[in-house]
Design a protein. Structure first.
Length: 101
């Protein structure tokens, strides 16, 4: 949760992923089909050593990026189950968004 004194200027979700990860691909597909569309950036953890060291055993990792007047903040979100239906994922995204505003 961000401090109420900070003004939110933009929100983006980041998915830390790696090539060939079926869990990553499934979550990305569900996130991309959310309507209205959310801002989603997919980061390949094999492209940077620091991402690899941090997430090699954890992917997929979904984070919310909050851009505020004070800067940006990355908030890791609970990992959704791979079997989570699309509608339930959309509910979770809406809840996470509501909690940060």
């Amino acid at each position: 949760m961000i401090d109420n004194t900070d003004e939110i200027t933009a929100m983006t979700f980041v998915l830390y992923s790696k090539p060939g990860c079926h869990l990553c691909e499934g979550l990305e597909a569900k996130l991309r089909s959310i309507q209205p569309a959310i801002a989603l950036e997919v980061r390949d953890i094999t492209s940077r050593d620091d991402w690899w060291q941090r997430y090699q055993y954890e992917v997929p990792v979904l984070c919310q990026i909050l851009l505020t007047a004070a800067g940006s903040q990355e908030i890791p979100l609970p990992r959704p189950s791979p079997r989570l239906p699309q509608a339930r994922l959309e509910e979770l995204i809406q809840r996470w968004l509501a909690e940060t505003i």
